[in-house]
Design a protein around this ligand. Sequence first.
Ligand code: NAD
Ligand code: GLY
Length: 358
Amino acid sequence: MRKLAVELGERSYNIYIKAGLIDSGELFEPYCKGDNVLILSNETIAPLYIERLSRAFTNKKVYQFLIKDGEQYKNLDSYSAVLNFLMENGFRRNDTLVALGGGVIGDLGGFVAASYQRGMSLIQVPTSLLAQVDSSVGGKTAVNHPLGKNMIGAFYQPDAVIIDTDTLDTLPDREYFSGFAEVIKYAMLGTEAIKALLQNNLPEIKLRDKGILAEIIYYSCRKKSLVVASDEKEKGSRALLNLGHTFGHAIEKLTNYNQYLHGEAVAIGTVMALNLAFIKGIVNKEIVDLYRNIFVKMELPEYSDDSIIPAQMLTAMKLDKKNTSDKYRLVLPRDQDCILIEEDNLELLEQAISQQLK
Ligand code: NAD
Ligand code: GLY
C-alpha cells in the first residue's frame, strides 16, 4: 500500500492508495470515533460499492444517503437534504461522514461535514480518477449556486483519503480520460515522475494498468499535498493548480456545462495557456508539441468545436476567483514548471484563445 501524509499541523492526514481498500475495515476503523457513520454517494456508484464499503464499519450504525448523479445535484437542495438526514437520525459531531464517489460527492460531502455542528469527521473515498488525483485531497469543499460554480463552500480537510484503485474499473472511458487533464497538469507543474510515466507508458495507461495507475495517483497526490501544505487557503502558490482552468471554466460556462466534461474543458484551456506562453516567449515549441501530443493520445480535445467567440471567453474569464484586479490572473507553463502572471493585453489573449476555436 502507498501512503502519503498531507502536512498541515493539527489538520494533517494520510492518503492511502491500493487496490481493494474499500473492503479494509481495519484501515477505516481508527477514523470512526462516534457510533454512527453516514455514507454519502449517488445512484450510479452506490449499487457498485456501497454494500462492500458498509461492511468495513463493524460495530457502527451505518446509514446511507444517495443523491441523483450529476453536477446539477451539487447544490443547496442536496446539501440541505443531507443535513436534514443527519439531524433526523441524531448524528453528533464525533460521528463520521464518508464521501463515496467522484468530485461531486466529495465536494458536497465535504461541505456538509464542514458545517454540520461546525465540523464532523470526514473520510474521502474517491472513485473517479479526477477525484483520486485531485478533488479528494486539499480540503476544498463546495456546492454550486445558480449564479456560479463552487460559490458556496469552505476549506475543510478530511481525516483520511482512502483510494481504492479497483474502483476505476467501472469508470466510463470518457470520465477516465477526462481525469488525465489534471494528471497532465501535475507533469506540467514539474512532476518529472508523471511526465516520464505519460511519455513511456501510454499503452498501459490506456489499458488501465493498475500498477501504472497507482504510480500516477501517488505522484499526483504527492504533488498536490506539497502544494496544499505550503498554501492551504490559496493565498499564493496553490493557484498554480489552476493551470488551464481559467480558460477551461469559461469554456464550460459558455457551453452550459453540457458539452464538455471538466477535464475536457481544462485540456482545451491548457492548450490555450500553452499558446499564450509560447506567444510571450515563456515556453519552447518542443514543450508545446510534447503536451499537445499527450492530450491527443489521451483522447482529450485540443479544440473547442462550438460557436464560442474570444470576446465571450474574455468576459467569462473576468469572473475567475483568482482575479484580484482588472487584469487576468493566469497560470502559464514554462519548460519545466508553471508561473502565475497578470495579463492585460487583450490582443494576445484573443490570439491564444482563437487558435483553439474551430
Ligand atoms: P463526478 O463526481 O460527477 O463523477 C463523474 C461521473 O463518473 C459521474 O457520473 C459518477 O457517477 C461517475 N463515477 C464516479 N466514480 C465511478 C466509478 N468508480 N464507477 C462508475 N462511475 C463512476 O465528477 P468528477 O469528474 O469526479 O468531479 C468533478 C467535480 O469535482 C466538479 O464538481 C468539480 O467542481 C469538482 N472538483 C473539485 C476539486 C477540489 O479540489 N475540491 C478539484 C477538481 C474538481
Ligand atoms: N483543484 C485545485 C485546488 O485544489 O486548489
